[in-house]
Design a protein around this ligand. Structure first.
Ligand SMILES: Nc1nc2c(ncn2[C@@H]2O[C@H](COP(=O)(O)OP(=O)(O)OP(=O)(O)O)[C@@H](O)[C@H]2O)c(=O)[nH]1
Ligand SMILES: [Mg+2]
Length: 605
């Protein structure tokens, strides 16, 4: 039997997981000498490359000495925490990376809590020790305190610690040791991560944790084999989470080696392989022996906390920019997403709209971004938290928030967060002159906060948050104060009128942009919406100089991206997303209806 170790690399966002996996791939000699490998090779998806973040967990395998090490790189951003949860069941150990300067952050807590609950003993890697301001001793203490707070058992509290600079390719047992290579980390994996349990002689039991597809063989399930063997050409029973069963033959079996995939004939307990041949294979399904099937527990992933209504574009520009615009197309696409993304949900709401739920604005935003790149056109409403009822009490999700700000902005940060119902749990001055503030805050209070926070701290504040738990509903939370500048006509925006409107607020559009009645073209500098006309050309009479047009100085408009729009909009507004544009509009385009609604709302208060 092959000697196998299965590990996942977990951490807060940007603490260096993917970079570390690069080095493990390089230094194990998995790549051929001539092979050109990109930086952060595991971040293979287009949006991952653009943003430099990991979105999907991915696995690779390296050979080190007489061992095979299966490594799963996971995303660190809180919105993709579901990816980490489903991966932890597939491995026998984790490398927990912690930035030697930033220390324990919200998502460090989240992923470590899950790992501890699975009984895993973390190999702690204090990374980026090369960084200015790094303080490995302090960070080590933080990790220990966190483990104690998470009720880790004695064995888990004796976790091994290494000090590393993944980017520079070294890890070491002691800060005093020489900076050499990754050998100490390889040793730690071999000596500290337990071998897989289970046996190749038992009946087959395997579980799918990621889906993939191939033009030739169709759906592929990336699978951890817990017991027995899987052989190409043999028949197995697929047991779905709902209990449904179907028999099928494995048409193709794929093994992993570095970034390559190789056809193999069989694999056995302990290994991670990709299996083709089951048409309706899904994440969480078990692949079992046909004679004696014992399915594995379906995967449990924390429920979504945020939802948004996605609907068919019904604005005046509908269908002019996108390829897929019908509710059927949107439903199909969403259904496909839900098969692979077990942390998300979709619910049809009638009248051509769907409720899409996930872990956060980024997760939903990435799905929307992928859809628009595929040619979709649709509307998104303001994100809402998913509330639930427990024993007759309305509950809402709370988040753990960590804010790092220069000392002078401490006051404004605390004040603004107070208005959003945040409760401060700690305040610590950091060695670099910043202050680290920790809060517990209803997730609702964070919607739209990032923009405001960056403005208040002149771009110097850093905020990080991660899901905590459901707690009783905390009442009204303050939202955006400035009103919207709303176009009262259809057509192409004119420079002269944009110039005049600049005095009223911040513009979102530039000359020649298409606008329509009810479209939001800027943020007013006052509360309350304002109907304006961006189409008005200059009057032909009464101009003082003929060269006046040249004198018009337009301020660069505020760029509206999908994410800034999601942060900005209010309940009575929508985001119109097409492959080419992101626009903001009022829900009701008719000014008369809007006025009436505004009046009703005011009277209701
Ligand atoms: N100074 C320093 N920077 C590092 C080190 N390791 C990684 N980085 C940098 O940290 C940044 C984030 O690295 P990634 O490997 O993408 O981090 P990650 O943990 O995979 O991030 P997510 O997958 O998005 O959670 C990159 O700019 C790296 O170059 C290190 O040892 N020292
Ligand atoms: Mg990464």
């Amino acid at each position: 039997m092959q000697k196998i170790k299965n590990i996942a690399v977990i951490a807060h966002v940007d603490h260096g997981k993917t970079t570390l996996v690069d080095e493990l791939l390089q230094q194990s000699g998995t790549f051929e000498a001539h092979q050109q490998v990109e930086e952060r090779a595991m971040d293979s998806d287009a949006i991952e490359k653009e943003r430099g973040i990991t979105i999907l967990s991915k696995n690779t395998a390296i050979v080190y000495g007489d061992h095979k090490i299966n490594i799963i790189d996971t995303p660190g951003h809180a919105d993709f925490g579901g990816e980490v949860e489903r991966v932890l069941k597939m491995v026998d150990g984790v490398l927990l990376l912690v930035d030697a300067q930033e220390g324990v952050m919200p998502q460090t807590k989240f992923v470590l809590k899950k790992a501890i609950a699975f009984g895993l003993i973390p190999v702690v890697v204090i990374n980026k020790i090369d960084k200015d301001g790094s303080d490995p001793d302090r960070v080590m203490d933080e990790v220990f305190d966190l483990l104690v707070a998470l009720d880790a058992n004695d064995e888990q509290l004796e976790f091994p610690v290494l000090y590393a600079a993944a980017r520079d390719g070294y890890a070491k047992w002691d800060m005093e040791d020489e900076n050499k290579d990754m050998t100490p980390l390889f040793e730690a994996i071999l000596s500290k991560v337990p071998y897989p349990k289970g046996s190749a002689d038992n009946d087959t039991q395997a579980q799918v944790f990621t889906l993939d597809s191939d033009n030739f063989v169709g759906r592929i399930g990336i699978t951890r084999i817990f017991n027995g063997k899987v052989k190409k050409g043999d028949e197995y029973l697929l047991v779905k989470a709902c209990g449904a069963k179907s028999k099928s033959r494995i048409s193709k079996l794929i093994g992993f080696k570095g970034l390559e995939r190789i056809d193999i004939a069989e694999a056995e307990a302990g290994d991670i392989v990709a299996i083709a041949g089951f048409n309706d294979i899904d994440v969480g399904d078990s692949i079992c022996d046909t004679q004696n099937p014992v399915a594995l527990d379906p995967m449990h992933v924390e429920e979504p906390t945020l939802s948004v209504i996605m609907s068919v574009n019904d604005g005046p520009l509908a269908g002019t920019e996108g390829k897929h615009v019908t509710s059927n197309k949107i439903r199909e696409r969403l259904a496909k997403e839900m098969e692979t993304n077990i942390a998300m949900r979709m619910e049809p709401m009638g009248d051509a709209s769907f409720k899409v739920s996930g872990r956060g604005e980024l997760q939903i935003g990435i799905l929307a971004e992928n859809m628009r790149r595929e040619g979709f056109e649709f509307l998104l409403a303001r994100p809402e938290v998913v509330t639930k009822e427990e024993n007759g009490i309305k509950m809402e999700p709370f988040e753990h928030l960590v804010v790092d700000v220069p000392e002078e902005f401490q006051g404004v940060a605390i004040e603004k967060l107070g208005k959003r119902k945040a409760n401060m749990t700690s305040l610590n001055p950091m060695p670099d002159g910043t202050v680290r503030l920790e809060f517990e805050i209803p997730a609702r209070g964070l919607i739209g906060f990032r923009n405001e926070f960056l403005t208040d701290t002149k771009g110097e504040g850093i905020m990080n948050h991660s899901y905590l738990e459901y707690r009783p509903y905390s009442g009204v939370v303050e939202s955006r104060t400035p009103g919207a500048l709303v176009s009262m006509d259809d057509g192409e925006a004119v420079a002269f009128s944009i110039f005049n409107l600049q005095a009223r607020g911040v513009m979102f559009i530039k000359p020649q942009d298409k606008v329509y009645s009810g479209m939001v073209i800027g943020e007013s500098s006052r509360p309350g919406d304002l109907d304006v006309n961006p189409l008005k050309g200059k009057a032909l009479t009464n101009m003082r100089t003929s060269g006046a047009d040249d004198a018009i100085k337009l301020v660069t408009p505020r760029a509206i991206s999908l994410e800034t729009a999601m942060e900005w909009i209010e309940d009575d507004e929508l985001i119109e997303i097409t492959p080419i544009s992101v626009r903001i509009r009022k829900k009701s385009l008719d000014p008369v209806v809007r006025k009436r609604l505004a009046r009703d709302k005011k009277n209701a208060k």
